[in-house]
Design a protein. Structure first.
Length: 433
């Protein structure tokens, strides 16, 4: 065992005791007769203090190391109010686990950030920076909050295929792969599978799913490989039942993430826990409000980035961060969306400060209506035979939503580029690392 304590674990009960710490050499200050070695681990940094006269061999070993080399140090923990964390280590044994080459392709402690592409090319070094690593500690807490809340509401976590025979939703932005003698595709979403599971008796399911979309966007808000929380639930009366689950899920996420004060401080941000229920506003009302601000948009069109931004400004003026836009035109939604009359749908988007972070609806559960809508959307029902079969033998009313994890993190933490929110991003031009 190379480690008994992380840097921030040391406390009064450890003063004078033997401990083992391990990490990366962040800095070396050699003053001749004494040297201070700053060792960084996942939770922070600590100081190793070594005296040349008393610890000659250890002194030479530590002071000759390059920055970012990996060491394990065994020694005595000593209280020292002048150092970070209030404790230092007086070493008795040192093991060099790995020596770092020089120069580093990316500075770890540089005060000026490098270009994003340079950082992503050297992601293993980039994530040694506490503020970059904090994003993924928060992401982990976010996913814990998802599982905690949905589990408390009797949802079962599932895993659906990512190699599929045809489009999940009839779209064309698909990545084609060779599946032995057949052509196959990477799944855009688990939509059809999670609906199919509503006919099994599982009732409530969710997946933290990978999305693969061959969209040629190259913006700060788009990825070609991303993750999302996908939820489906049966025996609903209408889309309001789904919206209540979604808003309470978001509430639990914000509440749990707000507990990570150290990580939020590293990112120089705070998380304001919202109250529920969230504001509801119909698509028609939004169109009217946009026209009042001279925004050119026709009824039936979806909201683009600029329109979403204006909606966020309108909501902000009313003191609202989170809001549902409901009753979208049927023609703007996927074939499985439940109609509401002839022209509207039982659908919703969840917005946060001018950005869509989730989308959902009540689904069609009548097989004849579903087949009709597939045809009206210009698709061939034969391409959906295995999906449609599940609706013929008893399908309960159901609905669900999808919420992008990277987009959610981006908005929650006020991060400017979505690539910061995934470990190894895949976009229009990036396939490595």
């Amino acid at each position: 065992m190379y480690r008994t304590h992380y840097s921030t674990d040391l406390g009064p009960e450890d003063d004078g005791k033997k401990v083992c710490v391990a990490g990366w050499v962040e800095d070396i200050r050699n003053l001749g007769s004494i040297a201070f070695i700053i060792v960084r681990d996942r939770k922070g940094t600590l100081q190793v203090t070594v005296f040349k006269k008393k610890q000659g061999e250890i002194f030479e070993t530590l002071t000759s190391l390059s920055r970012e080399s990996v060491v394990a140090v065994k020694g005595t923990c000593k209280a020292n109010e002048k150092v970070r964390n209030g404790y230092e280590i007086i070493p008795e044994e040192v093991e060099v686990l790995s020596v770092a080459d020089t120069p580093l392709p990316l500075g770890v402690v540089d005060k000026v950030d490098s270009e994003l592409d340079t950082r992503l090319d050297n992601r293993f070094l980039d994530l040694r920076k506490p503020e970059k690593r904090a994003i993924f500690v928060i992401r982990d807490k976010l996913l814990d909050a998802v599982r905690e809340y949905l589990g408390s509401e009797n949802f079962i976590e599932i895993h659906t295929p990512k190699i599929i025979a045809s489009s999940s939703e009839g779209g064309t932005d698909l990545f084609r792969v060779k599946y032995f003698e057949k052509d196959a595709f990477l799944a855009q979403s688990p939509q059809l599978y999670k609906q199919t599971l509503m006919a099994t008796g599982l009732d409530r399911v969710f997946e933290i799913a990978w999305y693969f979309r061959a969209e040629e966007h190259n913006t700060r808000r788009h990825l070609n490989e991303s993750t999302a929380v996908d939820v489906e639930m049966a025996f609903i009366k209408n889309e309001e039942d789904v919206m209540r689950i979604l808003e309470n899920l978001v509430l639990n996420i914000w509440r749990k993430v707000s507990e990570l004060k150290d990580e939020l401080s590293l990112l120089n941000t705070t998380v304001k826990v919202p109250s529920v229920p969230f504001r509801r506003i119909t698509y028609d009302e939004v169109i009217e409000r946009l026209h009042e601000r001279d925004v050119e948009i026709n009824w039936g069109e979806d909201f683009g980035t600029e329109e979403e931004k204006v909606v966020g400004e309108i909501m902000k003026e009313e003191g609202v961060d989170f809001y549902f836009i409901t009753k979208y035109p049927l023609e703007s939604k996927p074939f499985y969306t439940m109609p509401d009359g002839d022209t509207l749908s039982r659908s919703f988007d969840l917005g946060c400060k001018g950005v869509e972070i989730a989308s959902g609806s009540q689904r069609i559960h009548d097989p004849d209506l579903l087949k009709k809508r597939i045809e009206e959307c210009g698709l061939n029902p034969k391409d959906f035979n295995s999906y449609l079969k599940a609706f013929k033998y008893g399908m309960p009313p159901h609905g669900g939503f999808g919420m992008g994890i990277e987009r959610l993190l981006m908005e929650m933490l006020e991060i400017k580029n979505i690539r910061e929110c995934i470990l190894f991003p895949r976009d229009r031009t990036r396939l490595i690392p």
